[in-house]
Design a protein around this ligand. Sequence first.
Ligand code: M6R
Length: 608
Amino acid sequence: MCGIVGYVGPRPAADILLDGLRRLEYRGYDSAGLAIINGTGVQVQKAAGKLSVLTELIGNRKPKGTTGIGHTRWATHGAPNTSNAHPHTDGSGRIALIHNGIIENAGALKTVLLKRGHEFTSETDTEVLAHLVGEYYSGSLEQAVASALHDVDGAYGIAVVSADEPDVVVAARKGSPLLVGVGEGEWFVASDAAAILEHTRSVVYLDDGEMAVLSRDGYRIRNLAEDEVDKPVNQIDWDLATIERDGYEHFMLKEIFEQPESIADTMRGHLLDDEGSSRLHGLNLSDEELCQFERIVITACGTSWHAALIGEYLLEDLARMPTEVEYASEFRYRNPVIDDRTLVIAISQSGETADTLAAIKEAKSRGARTIGLVNVVGSTIAREVDGGLYLRAGPEIGVASTKAFTSQVTALALVALRLARLRGMSLEAGQAFIADLRALPRLVRVVLDRAEELEALADFFTGSTNALYLGRGVNFPVALEGALKMKEISYIHAEGYPAAEMKHGPIALIDENMPVVFIAPRDAVHSKIVSNIEEVKARGGRVIALISDGDDEIAKLADASFTIPMTNSALTPILTSVPLQLFAYYVAVRRECNVDQPRNLAKSVTVE
Ligand code: M6R
Protein backbone atom coordinates (compact mmCIF):
# COMPACT_ATOMS: atom_id res chain seq x y z
CA MET A 1 0.00 0.00 0.00
CA CYS A 2 1.21 3.57 0.53
CA GLY A 3 4.93 4.06 1.12
CA ILE A 4 6.78 6.62 3.22
CA VAL A 5 10.40 7.68 3.11
CA GLY A 6 12.03 10.70 4.76
CA TYR A 7 15.59 11.99 5.05
CA VAL A 8 17.68 14.44 7.11
CA GLY A 9 21.43 14.59 6.51
CA PRO A 10 24.20 16.12 4.47
CA ARG A 11 23.27 14.66 1.06
CA PRO A 12 20.76 15.94 -1.53
CA ALA A 13 17.45 14.50 -0.36
CA ALA A 14 15.71 14.17 -3.74
CA ASP A 15 17.83 11.28 -5.06
CA ILE A 16 17.62 9.40 -1.77
CA LEU A 17 13.85 9.82 -1.63
CA LEU A 18 13.28 8.82 -5.27
CA ASP A 19 15.47 5.72 -4.85
CA GLY A 20 13.62 4.87 -1.66
CA LEU A 21 10.25 5.21 -3.37
CA ARG A 22 11.48 2.97 -6.18
CA ARG A 23 12.22 0.29 -3.60
CA LEU A 24 8.66 0.65 -2.31
CA GLU A 25 6.99 0.36 -5.71
CA TYR A 26 6.29 -3.32 -5.13
CA ARG A 27 3.83 -2.44 -2.39
CA GLY A 28 1.38 -1.06 -4.97
CA TYR A 29 0.50 2.63 -5.50
CA ASP A 30 -1.17 4.96 -7.95
CA SER A 31 0.57 8.33 -7.44
CA ALA A 32 3.80 9.63 -5.97
CA GLY A 33 5.31 12.84 -4.64
CA LEU A 34 8.16 14.59 -2.82
CA ALA A 35 8.49 17.61 -0.54
CA ILE A 36 11.96 19.08 -0.07
CA ILE A 37 13.01 22.01 2.10
CA ASN A 38 14.88 24.04 -0.49
CA GLY A 39 16.17 27.08 1.41
CA THR A 40 13.22 29.36 0.83
CA GLY A 41 10.25 27.11 1.44
CA VAL A 42 8.86 23.63 0.89
CA GLN A 43 9.01 22.50 -2.72
CA VAL A 44 6.33 19.91 -3.49
CA GLN A 45 6.33 17.88 -6.71
CA LYS A 46 3.78 15.15 -7.27
CA ALA A 47 2.10 13.22 -10.07
CA ALA A 48 -0.58 10.62 -10.67
CA GLY A 49 0.63 7.31 -12.05
CA LYS A 50 3.91 5.50 -11.71
CA LEU A 51 7.13 6.93 -10.30
CA SER A 52 8.45 7.35 -13.83
CA VAL A 53 5.80 10.05 -14.38
CA LEU A 54 7.09 11.93 -11.34
CA THR A 55 10.75 11.62 -12.36
CA GLU A 56 9.87 12.83 -15.85
CA LEU A 57 8.02 15.78 -14.35
CA ILE A 58 10.98 16.64 -12.13
CA GLY A 59 13.41 16.24 -15.04
CA ASN A 60 16.51 18.27 -14.32
CA ARG A 61 14.65 20.56 -11.88
CA LYS A 62 15.56 18.41 -8.90
CA PRO A 63 15.07 20.37 -5.65
CA LYS A 64 18.37 21.11 -3.95
CA GLY A 65 17.63 20.61 -0.22
CA THR A 66 18.95 17.96 2.14
CA THR A 67 15.76 17.44 4.19
CA GLY A 68 12.64 15.97 2.67
CA ILE A 69 9.85 13.43 2.55
CA GLY A 70 8.53 11.20 -0.26
CA HIS A 71 5.38 9.14 -0.69
CA THR A 72 3.68 6.59 -2.89
CA ARG A 73 -0.11 6.67 -2.49
CA TRP A 74 -2.65 3.88 -2.86
CA ALA A 75 -5.97 5.69 -3.09
CA THR A 76 -8.46 5.40 -0.22
CA HIS A 77 -10.06 8.88 0.08
CA GLY A 78 -10.45 10.37 -3.40
CA ALA A 79 -9.39 9.36 -6.90
CA PRO A 80 -5.78 8.54 -7.75
CA ASN A 81 -5.04 11.92 -9.33
CA THR A 82 -2.32 14.54 -8.84
CA SER A 83 -4.21 16.79 -6.43
CA ASN A 84 -4.94 13.87 -4.12
CA ALA A 85 -1.32 12.66 -4.27
CA HIS A 86 0.88 13.30 -1.21
CA PRO A 87 2.61 15.37 0.15
CA HIS A 88 -0.14 17.75 1.22
CA THR A 89 0.60 21.18 2.60
CA ASP A 90 -1.11 23.25 5.29
CA GLY A 91 -2.83 26.57 4.61
CA SER A 92 0.47 28.49 4.71
CA GLY A 93 2.20 26.13 2.30
CA ARG A 94 5.17 25.97 4.71
CA ILE A 95 4.33 22.58 6.22
CA ALA A 96 4.15 19.37 4.16
CA LEU A 97 2.87 16.01 5.33
CA ILE A 98 2.68 12.46 4.00
CA HIS A 99 0.39 9.84 5.47
CA ASN A 100 -0.35 6.13 5.34
CA GLY A 101 -3.64 4.99 6.87
CA ILE A 102 -7.07 6.56 7.28
CA ILE A 103 -8.11 9.48 9.49
CA GLU A 104 -11.60 8.40 10.49
CA ASN A 105 -12.81 11.76 11.84
CA ALA A 106 -11.42 13.75 8.88
CA GLY A 107 -14.94 14.93 7.96
CA ALA A 108 -15.58 16.47 11.39
CA LEU A 109 -12.11 18.02 11.56
CA LYS A 110 -12.54 19.48 8.08
CA THR A 111 -15.83 21.13 9.05
CA VAL A 112 -14.13 22.89 11.96
CA LEU A 113 -11.17 23.95 9.79
CA LEU A 114 -13.45 25.24 7.02
CA LYS A 115 -15.20 27.43 9.58
CA ARG A 116 -11.81 28.83 10.53
CA GLY A 117 -11.19 29.81 6.92
CA HIS A 118 -9.08 26.88 5.66
CA GLU A 119 -9.38 26.04 1.98
CA PHE A 120 -8.77 22.55 0.65
CA THR A 121 -7.55 21.48 -2.75
CA SER A 122 -7.95 17.70 -2.50
CA GLU A 123 -10.52 15.12 -1.39
CA THR A 124 -8.11 13.53 1.08
CA ASP A 125 -8.13 13.00 4.82
CA THR A 126 -4.38 13.68 4.71
CA GLU A 127 -4.80 17.29 3.63
CA VAL A 128 -7.07 17.80 6.64
CA LEU A 129 -4.31 16.54 8.92
CA ALA A 130 -1.74 18.82 7.24
CA HIS A 131 -4.00 21.83 7.87
CA LEU A 132 -4.56 20.74 11.46
CA VAL A 133 -0.79 20.64 12.06
CA GLY A 134 -0.56 24.11 10.49
CA GLU A 135 -3.35 25.34 12.75
CA TYR A 136 -1.41 24.22 15.83
CA TYR A 137 1.99 25.45 14.60
CA SER A 138 3.55 28.15 16.77
CA GLY A 139 7.29 27.62 16.38
CA SER A 140 7.66 23.88 17.10
CA LEU A 141 6.77 21.29 14.48
CA GLU A 142 7.10 18.53 17.07
CA GLN A 143 4.53 20.20 19.32
CA ALA A 144 2.18 20.99 16.45
CA VAL A 145 2.20 17.38 15.25
CA ALA A 146 1.63 16.04 18.78
CA SER A 147 -1.28 18.43 19.35
CA ALA A 148 -2.88 17.56 16.01
CA LEU A 149 -2.58 13.84 16.66
CA HIS A 150 -4.45 14.24 19.94
CA ASP A 151 -7.47 15.31 17.87
CA VAL A 152 -7.27 12.46 15.39
CA ASP A 153 -9.14 9.12 15.31
CA GLY A 154 -7.96 6.42 12.97
CA ALA A 155 -4.72 4.95 11.73
CA TYR A 156 -1.64 6.76 10.62
CA GLY A 157 2.01 6.58 9.77
CA ILE A 158 3.09 10.14 8.98
CA ALA A 159 6.18 12.20 8.21
CA VAL A 160 6.08 16.00 8.32
CA VAL A 161 8.49 18.83 7.42
CA SER A 162 8.31 22.59 7.86
CA ALA A 163 10.14 25.33 5.98
CA ASP A 164 10.62 27.06 9.34
CA GLU A 165 12.61 24.12 10.74
CA PRO A 166 14.68 23.12 7.73
CA ASP A 167 16.67 20.36 9.46
CA VAL A 168 13.77 18.49 11.07
CA VAL A 169 11.50 15.61 10.07
CA VAL A 170 8.78 14.61 12.53
CA ALA A 171 7.23 11.15 12.17
CA ALA A 172 4.53 9.34 14.12
CA ARG A 173 2.69 6.05 14.01
CA LYS A 174 -0.57 4.53 15.10
CA GLY A 175 -1.63 1.37 13.31
CA SER A 176 0.60 1.85 10.26
CA PRO A 177 4.23 0.71 10.24
CA LEU A 178 7.11 3.14 10.52
CA LEU A 179 10.77 2.85 11.36
CA VAL A 180 13.73 5.15 11.81
CA GLY A 181 16.92 4.35 9.88
CA VAL A 182 20.09 5.21 11.75
CA GLY A 183 22.91 6.13 9.37
CA GLU A 184 26.26 7.82 9.92
CA GLY A 185 25.43 11.47 10.40
CA GLU A 186 22.14 11.00 8.56
CA TRP A 187 18.71 9.73 9.55
CA PHE A 188 15.81 8.23 7.68
CA VAL A 189 12.20 7.40 8.28
CA ALA A 190 10.43 4.74 6.25
CA SER A 191 7.35 2.55 6.24
CA ASP A 192 9.43 -0.41 5.04
CA ALA A 193 13.12 -1.15 5.56
CA ALA A 194 13.54 -1.84 1.82
CA ALA A 195 13.33 1.93 1.20
CA ILE A 196 16.50 2.73 3.15
CA LEU A 197 18.49 -0.50 3.08
CA GLU A 198 20.90 0.97 0.58
CA HIS A 199 22.03 3.44 3.26
CA THR A 200 21.72 1.62 6.57
CA ARG A 201 20.73 -1.70 8.10
CA SER A 202 20.27 -0.22 11.60
CA VAL A 203 16.64 0.52 12.35
CA VAL A 204 14.40 1.47 15.26
CA TYR A 205 10.82 0.23 14.94
CA LEU A 206 8.22 2.70 16.19
CA ASP A 207 5.28 1.41 18.20
CA ASP A 208 1.77 2.81 18.18
CA GLY A 209 1.52 6.15 19.93
CA GLU A 210 5.19 7.00 19.34
CA MET A 211 6.77 9.90 17.50
CA ALA A 212 10.29 10.27 16.12
CA VAL A 213 11.98 13.63 15.79
CA LEU A 214 14.88 13.52 13.32
CA SER A 215 17.29 16.43 13.11
CA ARG A 216 20.81 17.02 11.86
CA ASP A 217 22.11 16.16 15.37
CA GLY A 218 20.38 12.79 15.74
CA TYR A 219 16.96 11.41 16.54
CA ARG A 220 14.68 11.15 19.56
CA ILE A 221 11.69 8.90 20.15
CA ARG A 222 8.85 10.09 22.38
CA ASN A 223 5.22 9.29 22.92
CA LEU A 224 2.24 11.58 22.55
CA ALA A 225 2.34 12.24 26.29
CA GLU A 226 5.80 13.76 25.82
CA ASP A 227 7.76 11.00 27.60
CA GLU A 228 11.09 10.18 25.95
CA VAL A 229 11.21 6.49 24.94
CA ASP A 230 14.42 4.47 24.85
CA LYS A 231 14.25 1.97 21.99
CA PRO A 232 16.70 -0.68 20.80
CA VAL A 233 18.43 -0.35 17.43
CA ASN A 234 17.81 -3.54 15.42
CA GLN A 235 20.01 -4.87 12.62
CA ILE A 236 18.26 -5.97 9.41
CA ASP A 237 19.76 -9.31 8.46
CA TRP A 238 19.21 -9.12 4.70
CA ASP A 239 20.95 -6.84 2.26
CA LEU A 240 20.27 -5.06 -0.99
CA ALA A 241 21.11 -8.08 -3.14
CA THR A 242 18.18 -9.92 -1.56
CA ILE A 243 15.75 -7.37 -2.92
CA GLU A 244 17.23 -7.19 -6.44
CA ARG A 245 15.88 -9.25 -9.37
CA ASP A 246 19.18 -11.04 -9.81
CA GLY A 247 18.80 -11.64 -13.56
CA TYR A 248 15.18 -12.85 -13.40
CA GLU A 249 12.64 -11.07 -15.57
CA HIS A 250 10.33 -10.55 -12.60
CA PHE A 251 10.56 -10.70 -8.80
CA MET A 252 7.73 -13.22 -8.82
CA LEU A 253 9.75 -15.63 -10.96
CA LYS A 254 12.82 -15.15 -8.79
CA GLU A 255 10.78 -15.81 -5.67
CA ILE A 256 9.19 -18.94 -7.15
CA PHE A 257 12.67 -20.25 -7.92
CA GLU A 258 13.93 -19.42 -4.43
CA GLN A 259 11.54 -21.89 -2.82
CA PRO A 260 13.95 -24.79 -2.32
CA GLU A 261 16.08 -22.45 -0.17
CA SER A 262 13.20 -20.60 1.51
CA ILE A 263 11.49 -23.83 2.57
CA ALA A 264 14.79 -25.15 3.93
CA ASP A 265 15.31 -21.85 5.78
CA THR A 266 11.87 -22.09 7.39
CA MET A 267 12.74 -25.53 8.76
CA ARG A 268 16.35 -24.77 9.67
CA GLY A 269 17.10 -25.46 13.33
CA HIS A 270 13.56 -26.58 14.10
CA LEU A 271 13.74 -30.32 13.35
CA LEU A 272 14.59 -32.76 16.16
CA ASP A 273 15.41 -36.00 14.34
CA ASP A 274 16.05 -38.08 17.46
CA GLU A 275 12.78 -37.06 19.06
CA GLY A 276 10.79 -37.14 15.79
CA SER A 277 9.47 -33.69 16.72
CA SER A 278 10.07 -29.98 16.22
CA ARG A 279 11.77 -27.41 18.45
CA LEU A 280 9.72 -24.22 18.53
CA HIS A 281 11.11 -22.07 21.35
CA GLY A 282 9.67 -18.94 19.75
CA LEU A 283 6.12 -20.03 20.58
CA ASN A 284 6.91 -19.30 24.24
CA LEU A 285 4.74 -22.29 25.19
CA SER A 286 5.85 -25.27 27.27
CA ASP A 287 4.69 -28.77 26.35
CA GLU A 288 2.31 -28.61 29.34
CA GLU A 289 0.80 -25.35 28.13
CA LEU A 290 0.46 -26.67 24.58
CA CYS A 291 -1.39 -29.71 25.87
CA GLN A 292 -3.94 -27.55 27.67
CA PHE A 293 -5.42 -25.99 24.56
CA GLU A 294 -8.72 -27.50 23.49
CA ARG A 295 -8.87 -26.00 20.04
CA ILE A 296 -6.99 -23.87 17.56
CA VAL A 297 -8.34 -20.99 15.51
CA ILE A 298 -6.20 -19.82 12.61
CA THR A 299 -6.85 -16.38 11.22
CA ALA A 300 -5.43 -14.72 8.11
CA CYS A 301 -6.29 -13.10 4.78
CA GLY A 302 -5.78 -13.98 1.11
CA THR A 303 -3.01 -16.41 0.35
CA SER A 304 -2.17 -16.69 4.05
CA TRP A 305 -5.77 -17.80 4.62
CA HIS A 306 -5.26 -20.56 2.05
CA ALA A 307 -2.16 -21.68 3.96
CA ALA A 308 -4.31 -21.67 7.10
CA LEU A 309 -6.78 -24.09 5.46
CA ILE A 310 -3.90 -26.47 4.77
CA GLY A 311 -2.83 -25.97 8.40
CA GLU A 312 -6.31 -26.99 9.54
CA TYR A 313 -5.93 -30.23 7.65
CA LEU A 314 -2.43 -30.87 9.08
CA LEU A 315 -3.41 -30.08 12.67
CA GLU A 316 -6.52 -32.24 12.55
CA ASP A 317 -4.97 -35.09 10.58
CA LEU A 318 -1.62 -35.32 12.36
CA ALA A 319 -2.36 -33.91 15.81
CA ARG A 320 -6.11 -34.66 16.05
CA MET A 321 -6.51 -31.08 17.24
CA PRO A 322 -9.88 -29.42 16.56
CA THR A 323 -9.03 -26.48 14.31
CA GLU A 324 -11.02 -23.76 12.61
CA VAL A 325 -9.93 -21.23 10.04
CA GLU A 326 -11.34 -17.71 10.02
CA TYR A 327 -11.05 -14.83 7.60
CA ALA A 328 -9.50 -12.20 9.85
CA SER A 329 -11.88 -9.57 8.49
CA GLU A 330 -14.93 -11.64 9.53
CA PHE A 331 -13.57 -12.97 12.80
CA ARG A 332 -13.41 -9.63 14.58
CA TYR A 333 -16.95 -8.60 13.75
CA ARG A 334 -18.89 -11.70 14.71
CA ASN A 335 -18.52 -12.25 18.42
CA PRO A 336 -16.28 -15.34 18.11
CA VAL A 337 -16.24 -18.03 20.79
CA ILE A 338 -12.70 -17.68 22.11
CA ASP A 339 -11.29 -18.19 25.58
CA ASP A 340 -8.05 -19.06 27.36
CA ARG A 341 -8.24 -22.66 26.13
CA THR A 342 -8.09 -21.48 22.53
CA LEU A 343 -4.78 -21.04 20.75
CA VAL A 344 -5.12 -18.43 18.03
CA ILE A 345 -2.59 -18.55 15.20
CA ALA A 346 -2.21 -15.53 12.92
CA ILE A 347 -0.53 -16.05 9.56
CA SER A 348 0.87 -13.12 7.61
CA GLN A 349 3.67 -12.52 5.16
CA SER A 350 3.89 -8.80 5.77
CA GLY A 351 2.96 -8.82 9.44
CA GLU A 352 1.08 -5.58 8.77
CA THR A 353 -2.31 -6.71 7.42
CA ALA A 354 -4.82 -4.55 9.27
CA ASP A 355 -7.57 -7.18 9.45
CA THR A 356 -5.23 -9.86 10.79
CA LEU A 357 -3.80 -7.47 13.35
CA ALA A 358 -7.29 -6.51 14.51
CA ALA A 359 -8.26 -10.20 14.78
CA ILE A 360 -5.24 -10.85 17.00
CA LYS A 361 -6.17 -7.95 19.26
CA GLU A 362 -9.74 -9.24 19.45
CA ALA A 363 -8.51 -12.75 20.36
CA LYS A 364 -6.21 -11.37 23.05
CA SER A 365 -8.98 -9.28 24.54
CA ARG A 366 -10.99 -12.50 24.93
CA GLY A 367 -8.18 -14.23 26.79
CA ALA A 368 -6.73 -16.37 24.00
CA ARG A 369 -3.04 -17.10 23.69
CA THR A 370 -1.81 -15.89 20.28
CA ILE A 371 1.05 -16.98 18.06
CA GLY A 372 2.16 -15.57 14.74
CA LEU A 373 3.64 -17.22 11.67
CA VAL A 374 5.05 -14.09 10.10
CA ASN A 375 7.68 -13.37 7.48
CA VAL A 376 8.69 -9.75 8.07
CA VAL A 377 10.90 -9.45 11.12
CA GLY A 378 9.91 -6.69 13.53
CA SER A 379 6.51 -6.21 11.87
CA THR A 380 3.49 -5.17 13.89
CA ILE A 381 1.81 -8.59 14.06
CA ALA A 382 5.11 -10.23 14.99
CA ARG A 383 5.37 -7.84 17.92
CA GLU A 384 1.71 -8.05 18.93
CA VAL A 385 1.48 -11.84 19.36
CA ASP A 386 2.53 -13.73 22.49
CA GLY A 387 4.98 -15.87 20.55
CA GLY A 388 5.58 -17.27 17.11
CA LEU A 389 7.78 -18.43 14.34
CA TYR A 390 9.44 -16.29 11.71
CA LEU A 391 9.04 -17.83 8.26
CA ARG A 392 12.53 -16.78 7.15
CA ALA A 393 11.45 -16.85 3.50
CA GLY A 394 13.37 -13.62 2.85
CA PRO A 395 11.87 -10.42 1.44
CA GLU A 396 8.95 -11.09 -0.90
CA ILE A 397 8.68 -8.24 -3.39
CA GLY A 398 6.26 -9.62 -6.00
CA VAL A 399 2.74 -8.62 -4.97
CA ALA A 400 1.51 -12.15 -5.60
CA SER A 401 2.66 -14.22 -2.66
CA THR A 402 4.59 -17.37 -3.60
CA LYS A 403 7.54 -18.34 -1.43
CA ALA A 404 5.85 -16.96 1.69
CA PHE A 405 2.95 -19.37 1.03
CA THR A 406 5.11 -22.49 0.90
CA SER A 407 7.00 -21.31 3.98
CA GLN A 408 3.69 -20.76 5.79
CA VAL A 409 2.64 -24.32 4.99
CA THR A 410 6.05 -25.57 6.14
CA ALA A 411 5.78 -23.62 9.42
CA LEU A 412 2.29 -25.03 10.00
CA ALA A 413 3.69 -28.52 9.43
CA LEU A 414 6.29 -27.83 12.14
CA VAL A 415 3.60 -26.70 14.60
CA ALA A 416 1.41 -29.70 13.68
CA LEU A 417 4.33 -32.09 14.18
CA ARG A 418 5.11 -30.78 17.66
CA LEU A 419 1.48 -30.99 18.72
CA ALA A 420 1.07 -34.39 17.11
CA ARG A 421 3.98 -35.83 19.09
CA LEU A 422 2.46 -34.43 22.29
CA ARG A 423 -0.93 -35.90 21.41
CA GLY A 424 -0.04 -39.46 20.51
CA MET A 425 1.90 -39.60 17.24
CA SER A 426 4.55 -42.33 17.48
CA LEU A 427 8.28 -41.63 17.43
CA GLU A 428 8.60 -43.57 14.16
CA ALA A 429 5.78 -41.64 12.50
CA GLY A 430 7.36 -38.35 13.68
CA GLN A 431 10.73 -39.34 12.28
CA ALA A 432 9.18 -40.41 8.97
CA PHE A 433 7.41 -37.03 8.74
CA ILE A 434 10.70 -35.24 9.36
CA ALA A 435 12.32 -37.23 6.56
CA ASP A 436 9.48 -36.15 4.25
CA LEU A 437 9.92 -32.53 5.32
CA ARG A 438 13.66 -32.67 4.71
CA ALA A 439 13.08 -34.03 1.19
CA LEU A 440 10.82 -31.14 0.19
CA PRO A 441 13.46 -28.62 -1.00
CA ARG A 442 14.93 -31.25 -3.33
CA LEU A 443 11.51 -32.24 -4.67
CA VAL A 444 10.55 -28.60 -5.27
CA ARG A 445 13.77 -28.27 -7.26
CA VAL A 446 12.65 -31.26 -9.39
CA VAL A 447 9.41 -29.41 -10.20
CA LEU A 448 11.22 -26.12 -10.95
CA ASP A 449 13.64 -27.87 -13.30
CA ARG A 450 10.66 -28.62 -15.53
CA ALA A 451 9.34 -25.04 -15.66
CA GLU A 452 9.47 -25.11 -19.47
CA GLU A 453 6.70 -27.71 -19.55
CA LEU A 454 4.48 -25.31 -17.63
CA GLU A 455 5.39 -22.46 -19.93
CA ALA A 456 4.20 -24.60 -22.85
CA LEU A 457 0.96 -25.40 -20.99
CA ALA A 458 0.15 -21.68 -20.85
CA ASP A 459 -1.22 -22.09 -24.41
CA PHE A 460 -4.05 -23.97 -22.82
CA PHE A 461 -5.50 -20.71 -21.49
CA THR A 462 -5.17 -18.76 -24.75
CA GLY A 463 -8.48 -17.03 -25.38
CA SER A 464 -9.99 -18.09 -22.05
CA THR A 465 -11.52 -15.53 -19.74
CA ASN A 466 -12.65 -17.98 -17.06
CA ALA A 467 -11.20 -21.08 -15.42
CA LEU A 468 -12.07 -23.54 -12.69
CA TYR A 469 -9.56 -25.02 -10.25
CA LEU A 470 -10.68 -28.18 -8.49
CA GLY A 471 -9.04 -30.19 -5.73
CA ARG A 472 -9.99 -32.34 -2.78
CA GLY A 473 -8.81 -32.81 0.79
CA VAL A 474 -5.60 -30.99 1.55
CA ASN A 475 -5.39 -29.93 -2.09
CA PHE A 476 -8.71 -28.07 -2.05
CA PRO A 477 -6.94 -25.00 -0.56
CA VAL A 478 -4.34 -25.38 -3.31
CA ALA A 479 -7.17 -25.06 -5.85
CA LEU A 480 -8.19 -21.80 -4.15
CA GLU A 481 -4.62 -20.56 -4.13
CA GLY A 482 -3.98 -21.59 -7.77
CA ALA A 483 -7.11 -19.70 -8.83
CA LEU A 484 -6.13 -16.65 -6.76
CA LYS A 485 -2.68 -16.56 -8.36
CA MET A 486 -4.22 -16.77 -11.83
CA LYS A 487 -6.74 -13.97 -11.27
CA GLU A 488 -4.33 -11.67 -9.42
CA ILE A 489 -1.68 -11.52 -12.10
CA SER A 490 -3.37 -12.52 -15.38
CA TYR A 491 -6.83 -10.95 -14.73
CA ILE A 492 -8.45 -14.19 -15.93
CA HIS A 493 -11.45 -14.94 -13.76
CA ALA A 494 -10.63 -18.18 -11.96
CA GLU A 495 -12.49 -19.93 -9.15
CA GLY A 496 -11.36 -22.68 -6.82
CA TYR A 497 -13.79 -25.33 -5.59
CA PRO A 498 -13.70 -28.66 -3.79
CA ALA A 499 -13.90 -31.00 -6.78
CA ALA A 500 -17.01 -32.80 -5.53
CA GLU A 501 -18.87 -29.49 -5.14
CA MET A 502 -18.70 -28.99 -8.90
CA LYS A 503 -21.86 -31.01 -9.47
CA HIS A 504 -23.76 -28.73 -7.08
CA GLY A 505 -23.54 -25.74 -9.38
CA PRO A 506 -20.30 -24.88 -11.20
CA ILE A 507 -20.78 -27.83 -13.57
CA ALA A 508 -23.27 -25.61 -15.42
CA LEU A 509 -20.29 -23.56 -16.63
CA ILE A 510 -18.41 -26.43 -18.22
CA ASP A 511 -17.92 -26.23 -21.96
CA GLU A 512 -14.99 -26.26 -24.38
CA ASN A 513 -14.13 -22.64 -23.48
CA MET A 514 -13.75 -23.28 -19.74
CA PRO A 515 -10.39 -24.83 -18.86
CA VAL A 516 -10.53 -26.90 -15.68
CA VAL A 517 -7.38 -27.43 -13.64
CA PHE A 518 -7.51 -30.50 -11.42
CA ILE A 519 -5.09 -30.90 -8.52
CA ALA A 520 -5.07 -34.66 -8.31
CA PRO A 521 -2.01 -36.26 -6.71
CA ARG A 522 -2.27 -39.93 -5.78
CA ASP A 523 -3.89 -39.90 -2.31
CA ALA A 524 -6.92 -41.22 -0.41
CA VAL A 525 -9.39 -39.37 -2.67
CA HIS A 526 -7.70 -40.22 -5.96
CA SER A 527 -10.46 -42.48 -7.27
CA LYS A 528 -13.08 -39.86 -6.40
CA ILE A 529 -11.27 -37.19 -8.29
CA VAL A 530 -10.94 -39.47 -11.32
CA SER A 531 -14.76 -39.54 -11.36
CA ASN A 532 -14.87 -35.74 -11.17
CA ILE A 533 -12.52 -35.51 -14.17
CA GLU A 534 -14.77 -37.93 -16.08
CA GLU A 535 -17.73 -35.67 -15.33
CA VAL A 536 -15.94 -32.68 -16.86
CA LYS A 537 -14.78 -34.65 -19.91
CA ALA A 538 -18.32 -35.98 -20.47
CA ARG A 539 -19.46 -32.35 -20.88
CA GLY A 540 -16.80 -31.37 -23.37
CA GLY A 541 -14.61 -29.62 -20.81
CA ARG A 542 -10.85 -29.27 -21.23
CA VAL A 543 -8.76 -30.61 -18.37
CA ILE A 544 -5.23 -29.89 -17.16
CA ALA A 545 -4.28 -32.22 -14.33
CA LEU A 546 -1.52 -32.04 -11.73
CA ILE A 547 -0.81 -35.66 -10.97
CA SER A 548 1.71 -37.87 -9.21
CA ASP A 549 4.56 -39.44 -11.14
CA GLY A 550 3.37 -42.59 -12.90
CA ASP A 551 -0.38 -41.81 -12.80
CA ASP A 552 -1.25 -43.08 -16.28
CA GLU A 553 -4.94 -43.28 -15.49
CA ILE A 554 -5.45 -39.51 -15.18
CA ALA A 555 -2.73 -38.75 -17.75
CA LYS A 556 -4.86 -40.60 -20.35
CA LEU A 557 -8.07 -38.85 -19.34
CA ALA A 558 -6.75 -35.28 -19.19
CA ASP A 559 -6.04 -33.05 -22.17
CA ALA A 560 -2.73 -32.08 -20.57
CA SER A 561 -0.95 -33.01 -17.38
CA PHE A 562 2.05 -32.18 -15.26
CA THR A 563 3.54 -34.68 -12.83
CA ILE A 564 4.89 -34.04 -9.34
CA PRO A 565 7.15 -36.36 -7.32
CA MET A 566 5.63 -38.61 -4.65
CA THR A 567 5.68 -37.34 -1.07
CA ASN A 568 3.68 -37.69 2.15
CA SER A 569 0.15 -36.81 1.01
CA ALA A 570 -0.21 -34.20 3.80
CA LEU A 571 2.73 -32.32 2.26
CA THR A 572 1.62 -32.47 -1.38
CA PRO A 573 0.31 -28.85 -1.27
CA ILE A 574 3.91 -27.64 -1.35
CA LEU A 575 4.60 -29.61 -4.53
CA THR A 576 1.25 -28.88 -6.20
CA SER A 577 1.25 -25.13 -5.49
CA VAL A 578 4.61 -24.50 -7.16
CA PRO A 579 3.52 -25.55 -10.68
CA LEU A 580 0.33 -23.49 -10.28
CA GLN A 581 2.42 -20.42 -9.39
CA LEU A 582 4.55 -20.96 -12.51
CA PHE A 583 1.52 -21.64 -14.66
CA ALA A 584 -0.15 -18.38 -13.56
CA TYR A 585 3.12 -16.55 -14.13
CA TYR A 586 3.55 -17.80 -17.70
CA VAL A 587 -0.09 -17.10 -18.60
CA ALA A 588 0.25 -13.54 -17.22
CA VAL A 589 3.50 -12.93 -19.11
CA ARG A 590 1.86 -14.14 -22.31
CA ARG A 591 -0.98 -11.69 -21.71
CA GLU A 592 1.61 -8.93 -21.14
CA CYS A 593 0.34 -8.19 -17.64
CA ASN A 594 2.35 -6.35 -15.00
CA VAL A 595 3.26 -9.48 -13.06
CA ASP A 596 5.01 -7.88 -10.09
CA GLN A 597 2.59 -5.02 -9.60
CA PRO A 598 -0.86 -6.14 -10.72
CA ARG A 599 -3.45 -3.41 -11.07
CA ASN A 600 -5.30 -2.31 -7.92
CA LEU A 601 -3.35 -4.65 -5.64
CA ALA A 602 -1.07 -3.74 -2.76
CA LYS A 603 1.58 -5.93 -1.19
CA SER A 604 0.60 -5.14 2.32
CA VAL A 605 -3.01 -4.22 3.05
CA THR A 606 -2.85 -1.85 5.99
CA VAL A 607 -6.44 -0.62 5.79
CA GLU A 608 -9.54 -2.56 6.81
O1 M6R B 1 0.85 -10.02 4.32
P1 M6R B 1 -0.28 -11.00 4.47
O2 M6R B 1 0.15 -12.41 4.30
O3 M6R B 1 -1.03 -10.79 5.75
O4 M6R B 1 -1.26 -10.63 3.29
C1 M6R B 1 -2.49 -11.24 3.13
C2 M6R B 1 -3.05 -11.01 1.75
O5 M6R B 1 -3.26 -9.64 1.54
C3 M6R B 1 -2.13 -11.55 0.68
O6 M6R B 1 -1.87 -12.91 0.84
C4 M6R B 1 -2.74 -11.33 -0.73
O7 M6R B 1 -3.87 -12.15 -0.89
C5 M6R B 1 -1.69 -11.58 -1.81
N1 M6R B 1 -1.87 -10.64 -2.86
C6 M6R B 1 -1.73 -12.95 -2.37
O8 M6R B 1 -0.94 -13.15 -3.47
